[in-house]
Design a protein around this ligand. Structure first.
Ligand code: F6P
Length: 357
């Protein structure tokens, strides 16, 4: 008999359900008897003992469903060690619930913050298996995370739609793409959507270079320019500020995001009509794309197999086209960023895309 706890934590994304279904299908198809404890709303469910007993039927028909059947919440690592408002030690509470239910292991699906907490629980002696979810694709130790390809599709749809209206009106358009502090989503969506300028956090931009690319396009007869701008993009000027100075600047920031400040600057310098489009959380919503369905199912199945073998303390990731197990301590606390020297950046530049650097 295996008693398996499961939770989804952090911002949701497509294919969370597909991944959980993969784990459960593998377990149910084995000869082992299993009990599944689904904790509600991420670590909160584990802290406060809020769970549902699930069986194979709960995972039927969810392969194509976005979101998470378990619900999710953000519990930042910074505060996980602090007691809650009633003085409850959260880590202790999670351990107590784990032992009270006599769980053999916990399957945790999440991104960066989630992995820090998962590793902490591993250090505290719990058996943990994690699965890498995030539209940002910024998890260390895996070439790919599920949710990412679905989000690329949605961001590309937005850029495609903007192309036609930008061409009709001869406008400059900024499409602001999610991705938190990294540029994977913007870079891939920008290339796939045929953006002329791509701005990502890893390559600080110079407004003058952005403007000169727009002028160059106008002079060569193009009626419009499309910019794919990461929500975390940063100008060279801002990149020079200390953390404290940048925080201070953002305190009095009058724009909803960097895209709007950039739009204003471009408009002032070129006299062009500039518009900003923010697909926002649509990038995390809806059904997983076929790639993510396959990918998340594969990772889920491999996680199920690790549970059957009793091998714990790993994230099931993807490296060099193979599903691999990565020790949790190697994953936690590190960010996988785009290297400015990556060949994908070089190739994008060869395609004529400007990074404003
Ligand atoms: O990590 C996924 C993500 O969608 C980021 O791309 C984005 O910065 C953040 O979550 C948004 O978080 P929230 O859903 O809390 O607004």
């Amino acid at each position: 008999m295996k008693r398996v706890g499961m939770l989804t934590s952090g911002g949701d994304c497509q294919a969370l359900n597909a991944a959980m279904r993969g784990v459960v299908k593998c377990l149910v198809n084995s000869k082992e008897k299993v009990e599944i404890y689904g904790f509600i709303d991420g670590y909160k469910g584990l802290i406060y003992g809020n769970f549902r007993m699930l069986d194979g039927r709960d995972f039927s028909g969810i392969l194509t469903k976005g979101g998470t059947i378990l619900g999710s919440s953000r519990t930042p690592f910074k505060t996980i060690k602090d007691p809650d408002e009633n003085g409850l030690d959260k880590v202790d509470a999670m351990k107590q619930n784990y032992y009270k239910l006599r769980l053999d292991c916990l399957v945790i699906l999440g991104g960066n913050g989630t992995h820090k907490t998962a590793n902490l629980l591993r250090e505290e002696g719990l058996n943990i298996i994690t699965l890498p979810k995030t539209i940002d694709n910024d998890l260390w130790g895996t070439d790919m995370t599920f949710g990412f390809q679905s989000a690329v599709n949605i961001a590309v749809d937005a850029i495609d739609c903007i192309h036609t209206t930008a061409a009709s009106h001869g406008r400059v358009f900024i499409v602001e793409v999610m991705g938190h502090k990294v540029g994977w989503l913007t870079l891939n969506a920008g290339i796939a959507g045929g953006a002329d300028i791509i701005l990502i956090p890893e390559i600080p931009y110079d407004v003058k270079k952005v403007v000169s690319k727009i002028r160059e396009r106008n002079e060569s007869g193009s009626r419009f320019t499309i910019l794919a701008v990461a929500e975390g993009a940063i100008s060279k000027e801002d990149a020079k500020l200390s953390k404290k100075e940048y925080k201070e600047k953002m305190k009095n920031y009058k724009f909803p995001s960097v895209s709007y400040e950039l739009a204003q600057q471009i408009q002032d310098k070129t006299g062009e009509e500039v518009r900003v489009t923010v697909p926002g959380h649509t990038q995390r919503g809806g059904s997983p794309c076929p790639y993510d369905r396959v990918f998340a199912s594969r990772l889920g199945a491999e996680a199920g197999e690790l549970i059957l073998k009793g091998e714990y303390g790993f994230m099931v990731g993807y490296k060099n086209r193979e599903v691999v197990k990565v020790p949790l301590e190697e994953v936690a606390g590190k960010l996988k960023m785009v290297s400015p020297d990556a060949t994908i950046v070089k190739e994008a530049k060869l395609l004529g895309i400007s990074f404003g650097d």
